[in-house]
Design a protein around this ligand. Sequence first.
Ligand code: FES
Ligand SMILES: [Fe+2]
Length: 352
Amino acid sequence: MWIANAWYVAAWLHELEPGRIHARTIIDQPLALYRTSGGEIVALEDRCCHRFAPLSLGRLEGDDLRCMYHGLKFAPDGRCIEIPGQKLIPQSACVRRYPVEIVGSWVWVWMGDAAVADRNIIPPTLALDDPGYRLMAGALDYAAHYLLIDDNLLDLSHLSFAHEKTLGLDMPQWADERPRTVALERGLRFRRWLRDHPPRGFMKKLGERVDVWNSYDFLFPGIFLQRTAFYPQGTAEQTGGQEPAGLPLFYRIDEQAVTPIGPRAARYFYAVGTRASDIDADKLERLFSVTTTAFYEDKTIIEAQQKLIDLDPERRMLPTSLDAGPTQFRKLVYGWLAAEHGAPRVAVPAAD
Ligand code: FES
Ligand SMILES: [Fe+2]
């Protein structure tokens, strides 16, 4: 069971090539995505209303899409505008069109009732070509339930262990220092100081030791908007553990989105970067490469975890204080599921 009344990231904007139809699946609903000549993104149900052939196997004719099984042609709004050999086109000859918005460089699709789609609830994100920043982007596919990926992002203690040689190198603080958590309308906000960290690699120039201010918002369905700011050692003390006001020595940006595809499939979109003044293109490539390696570390462990969960789905997990974020977020998700479906509670691979 899925939450349909929500925006989901369907693609990076640059993935949707002009003149091509892209097949994507979100919450078990197949989509055919394409660009019109005016640059608008169209998302139609990827199922022809005639005999259910996928429209993504069709062809674009200008801004229209023709099903290449028996030739029905559809306008970008989903209306059938041509049936070969038949003059009368019934009103019911149409495919569903989904609301689409582009914010930053993500293409968002509203999967539920179009009448209640509200663009204003899409969180702001950076465009990959924003001149003030240097960003690189990727995506990877998971054979796992999206909530297991959410759990991973809601509990960054795993950086000290799953990423001990990459993102968590010499940073036991990820596991040792608990974040402060604040409830948001569609998720949670996490903030913390990671004190006394020895920078590695090209960041050694920042000093022998630094204090790191880490803050991120985590929003449904799996939107992770993180800023990690490096300050001179002692800043955490000076601020009394509060949010710093001054400009950091270095500023890392992570923007990610987890999109559920099906019960055991999800896509993970990610961008990594810094302020344009912080880094050159070479160093950004190194940062991106280490980050991508780390995300494969996550993928390996989460997919293996999913297999063990599926071997014995009734088995209870052992909660610890590390699970506060994942547990709080799942409560929100269960509440939204109940609100949409009227179900008291829904079974998903749980950590609570
Ligand atoms: S299935 Fe599409 S035209 Fe027949
Ligand atoms: Fe991770």
